[in-house]
Design a protein around this ligand. Structure first.
Ligand code: PEP
Length: 250
């Protein structure tokens, strides 16, 4: 069965609740005709107002992070139940900004992935190499390791529900996009490692996004690649450009 493409915006720490509502209102008509799954991943405090604003539209809402414990003394963290109760369906985990600035490890991401799946959230698991790792020739080893640790203890049935976002760190927010061939090469390698961990059926079912300076100008070429099933979009998700990306096929 053909995989449905999924284009998700990662709004990062950019919009107050009232600004988030305004942005959602601007984007609603621009994405209404999309043939892809459309997701806005927004700051925790924006989830409730954005969910209310997009009610009845084709837009799904996600969080940008979660903690792997159910509840307790974890000041500042947000649980899977909190995200679900606020109306989020998706959640990003393992973004390179969280790995870098907040010292998240592959083991943390594995625990987050298992918690999200247990609770019924749809996970978007990020992976990606730095420029130094690419230049050292260890890009594929690095990403294989990230994927193997993230999916430890996850069943094949659950793995099929996961979205993986390949985001080369050197392309995030830098304006440097991986070429479509570079992105395809790694997305295919990710599908291969999922096939090794599980089976062909799981590898063919899982959706793999590319993220890293994707915009209205370069999305068509990237999304035409056989192993690229969508995009995780940072900067361009805050602009009307996002509407052009989700309608890349029109
Ligand atoms: C991201 O941070 O997930 C991302 C892809 O950002 P940008 O599109 O701005 O490079």
């Amino acid at each position: 069965m053909a995989r449905k493409k999924i284009i998700a915006g990662n709004w990062k720490m950019n919009k107050t609740p009232s600004e988030a509502v305004e942005l959602a209102k601007t984007l609603i008509p621009l994405v209404a005709d999309a043939d892809v799954d459309v997701v806005f991943c927004v700051p925790a405090i924006d989830i409730v107002p954005v969910v209310e604003t997009v009610q009845g539209t084709n837009i799904h809402v996600g969080g940008e992070n979660l903690y792997f414990e159910d509840k307790g003394a974890y000041t500042g963290e947000i649980s899977a139940d909190m995200l679900l109760d606020a109306g989020a369906e998706y959640v990003i985990m393992g973004h390179s900004e969280r790995r870098g600035y907040f010292h998240e490890t592959d083991e943390d991401i594995n625990r987050k992935l298992k918690k999200a799946l247990e609770k019924g959230l749809k996970p978007i698991v990020c992976c990606g190499e730095s420029l130094a790792q690419r230049e050292q020739g260890i890009c594929f080893d690095w990403i294989r390791m990230q994927i193997k640790i993230a999916f430890q203890g996850v069943s094949a049935e659950d793995a099929k529900k996961v979205v993986i976002a390949y985001e080369p760190i050197w392309a995030i927010g830098t304006g440097k996009t991986a070429t479509a061939d570079q992105a395809e090469e790694v997305c295919k390698a990710i599908r291969d490692v999922i096939g090794e961990i599980y089976d062909t059926d799981t590898a063919e079912a899982i959706r793999i996004q590319y993220g890293g300076s994707m915009n209205a100008g370069n999305c068509r070429e990237l999304l035409a690649k056989p192993d690229i099933d969508g995009g995780l979009i940072g900067g361009a998700s805050l602009k009307p450009d996002f509407g052009k990306i989700v309608n890349y096929d029109k």
